[in-house]
Design a protein around this ligand. Structure first.
Ligand code: PLP
Length: 414
């Protein structure tokens, strides 16, 4: 980036004027807005007087650990897992990721020599910038987190291939392969193929394929992702893939349905263990989701309504950043065509200061560093912008204020 010098006095004046406005804005978390949640309110009247799933199961009763087939069928395409290998579970995919890790520590995974609890150390690769909750979850179990650069085409595969080949302690990698959190990148076909076929020192290596934004397009030009599970299966590596997804940002965040997809061997491992934890998922919620969304086209139609609501917010962020910072060369930012986030890169060593200045001015941003393991962005340069929740006018106001903070932090950088 070539950077034009910033006039300190005018940057200070603009910032003082911003603080004087006494704003109270929050662009921290990627939550759906109330108007997005309203789109799914049809769920509240469902399942109406329907009590039975298509296979005759009374959804009000216990059982059905794998979830309702009609719902699994709807999400088999978007999540790229055959319906019979896709489980519909509770209300969160993050808890399924959590449980997979806990179970891998406590019980030997298919292909493993021993439980992860009996390994001298367990390491995960973390493409950065990435999703803070992935990192926090792995850190909580003492997993060592290793940063790998996330490029325009996915994780830097030269680095990934080297690390997984040379160190058997590397047991996993976090991936948000489509419209990634926070850059919006979709992994290229070549990246997916290399992940599916690479040689790993660990026989029980797992790709945590968190396809959280599989259907979350912002434009008509839908990103296409290669089918990891199919490619890995073809390469004789079916067991290395754990697929996750949910309807948290399709219907209700907190009242949706989470999915887990994997090979037959992994599913047998999973259901054998999860069967001790629950007698079955909330099939009433699953049935109303199946009735509400109907089929894959129903999901696509529904997601277009989301795009109509949040597309203008993403466009506003881009327009304002271009106007306020475009010529200064002080920042670069991603222009995602799907997902929930924009990643803003500011001059090295200023991201924390930008976030601090914004906070003082009443604009809450995700803490700088949250996009990296241990909350530590070595360049102190990445800021995650989450524009979906606030009203459009608030997003605009917050981004104008953010630009003021970027200029002041750059101008006063030691
Ligand atoms: N995965 C990613 C990449 C996310 O960004 C989020 C939420 O922001 C989640 C998972 C949480 O998913 P769930 O609500 O299904 O637990």
């Amino acid at each position: 980036m070539t950077t034009a010098p910033v006039d300190v006095e005018s940057a200070r004046r603009d910032y003082a004027a911003l603080v004087d406005r006494g704003l109270s804005l929050d662009i921290t978390r990627g939550k759906p807005s109330p108007r997005q949640l309203d789109l799914a309110d049809g769920l509240l009247a469902l399942p109406g007087d329907v009590r039975k799933a298509e296979d005759g199961t009374d959804v009000r009763n216990y059982g059905g650990l794998k979830g309702l087939p009609e719902l699994r069928r709807i999400f088999a395409g978007p999540l790229q897992v055959p319906a019979e290998q896709l489980l519909a579970a509770g209300n969160s995919s993050l808890e399924l990721m959590h449980d997979s890790i806990v179970q891998a520590f406590l019980s030997k995974l298919p292909g493993a020599e021993r439980r992860w609890a009996d390994e001298p150390s367990v390491k995960f690769l973390c493409p950065v910038p990435g999703y803070d909750r992935h990192f926090a979850l792995a850190e909580r179990f003492g997993i060592e987190l290793i940063q790998v650069p996330l490029t325009e085409t996915g994780p830097d595969m030269d680095v990934v291939e080297r690390l997984v080949a040379e160190d058997a302690a590397v047991k996993g990698i976090w991936c948000v392969p489509k419209y990634s959190n926070p850059t919006g990148v979709t992994y290229s076909d070549d990246t997916v193929r290399r992940l599916a076929t690479m040689t790993t020192a660990a026989p029980d290596f797992r790709i945590f394929w968190d396809n959280a934004y599989a259907v979350h397009h912002l434009t008509e030009d839908e990103a296409r992702l290669a089918d990891l599970l199919a490619l890995a299966t073809e390469a004789g590596n079916a067991d290395r893939v754990f697929v996750f997804g949910s309807t948290s940002k399709v219907t209700y965040a907190g009242g949706g349905v989470g999915f887990f997809g994997a090979s037959e061997a992994n599913l047998a491992w999973w259901t054998g263990l999860i069967g001790k934890r629950t007698i079955g998922p909330d099939k009433v919620n699953q049935l109303r989701h199946a009735l509400f969304l109907r089929d894959e086209d129903g999901v696509r139609e529904h997601m277009r309504k989301h795009a109509e609501l949040i597309g203008p917010k993403f466009a506003a962020v881009d327009e304002i950043l271009t106007k306020e910072l475009g010529e200064s060369g002080l920042a670069s930012w991603t222009k995602p065509t799907g997902g929930y986030f924009i990643s803003l890169t500011v001059p090295s060593g200023t991201a924390k200061e930008v976030v601090r200045l914004a906070k003082e001015a009443g604009i809450a941003l995700t803490p700088a560093g949250a996009t990296h393991p241990y909350g530590d962005d070595p360049d102190d340069a990445v800021i995650r912008i989450a524009p979906t929740y606030p009203e459009l006018a608030e997003v605009e106001e917050a981004i104008r204020g953010l630009a003021v903070c970027v200029r002041l932090a750059a101008a006063t950088k030691k």
